[in-house]
Design a protein around this ligand. Structure first.
Ligand SMILES: Nc1ncnc2c1ncn2[C@@H]1O[C@H](COP(=O)(O)OP(=O)(O)OP(=O)(O)O)[C@@H](O)[C@H]1O
Ligand SMILES: [Mg+2]
Length: 238
């Protein structure tokens, strides 16, 4: 079995300590000709066990913000604070599976690269299989990505993101490349992880999927223009 994360309530208690705190985050891209502010003083908190949506129009800064959470990009100003250390699994819009590796091998590769999430090497295969099982793909460990549907490929990618047992999963348009029915199925898989104690942060253009979040922020031109749910804003002296 998957090393069982305890089952937590998804109810968000505002007194709960944030898992992620984003404080006055700014990202500026400067060229010789001009200075473009892509993120402008963005602050919010993410509570543990959130299903947290980031939405907003194209170019509003959603991917830039996610890349700050995963450490792919660095802020120009401000900071991101992870309680208990940064340990994040990433799910990409275009799956980014290795085409020559089977579903199981793709998950095993993440264990290899991530050091096995503290598990001894002898248990990696079992862990990888249980991650595939968790996303409903127990039957297909030996299939190559090209032998799987888009939704199945994205579920392999979710299994891979779970391999090292991160507390946070970050997904940029995880269903953006799927038809609507498959998108909802894959989203159900992601949302189900919250009940297993994970925090899922996702970007979506889809209104219905955004509405399923228990917390949501909306960006426009690099600023938060709306928020819903238990976003405990941190008051930080500037
Ligand atoms: N390296 C870069 N150099 C210059 N501009 C950039 C760079 N990266 C992003 N931008 C600009 O920053 C803005 C925000 O980009 P970002 O990719 O975060 O948007 P997004 O909300 O994810 O959009 P989409 O929904 O289309 O994915 C855009 O106007 C984009 O053109
Ligand atoms: Mg984007």
């Amino acid at each position: 079995m998957y090393p069982t994360p305890s089952v937590h309530s998804t109810a968000l208690d505002p007194a709960t300590k944030p898992l992620v705190q984003v404080e006055h985050l700014t990202r500026v891209i400067a060229t010789r000709a001009q200075r473009t502010i892509i993120l402008d003083d963005v602050s919010f908190s993410i509570l543990p066990h959130s299903l947290f949506a980031i939405n907003g129009p194209s170019g509003s800064g959603k991917s830039t913000l996610l890349n700050m959470l995963t450490g792919i990009d660095r802020p120009t100003g401000g900071k991101v604070i992870f309680a208990g250390g940064r340990h994040v699994g990433i799910v990409f819009q275009f799956f980014q599976l290795i085409p020559t590796l089977t579903a199981l091998e793709n998950v095993l590769l993440a264990l290899e690269l991530g050091g096995g999430g503290g598990l001894p090497r002898g248990q990696w295969r079992r862990r990888a299989l249980s991650c595939l099982e968790l996303v409903g793909l127990a039957e297909y460990p030996r299939r190559l990505p090209s032998e799987l549907s888009g939704g199945q490929q994205q579920r392999v990618a979710i299994a891979r993101a779970l391999a090292n047992d991160p507390s946070v999963l970050v997904a940029d348009e995880p269903t953006g490349n799927l038809d609507s029915k498959t998108a909802h199925q894959v989203f159900d898989t992601l949302a189900g992880l919250v009940e297993r104690g994970k925090t899922v942060i996702y970007v979506t253009h889809d209104r219905e999927l955004a509405a399923r979040a228990n917390t949501r922020i909306e960006l426009l031109d690099g600023r938060i223009v709306a928020q819903q749910g238990a976003v405990a804003m941190t008051e930080v002296a500037r």
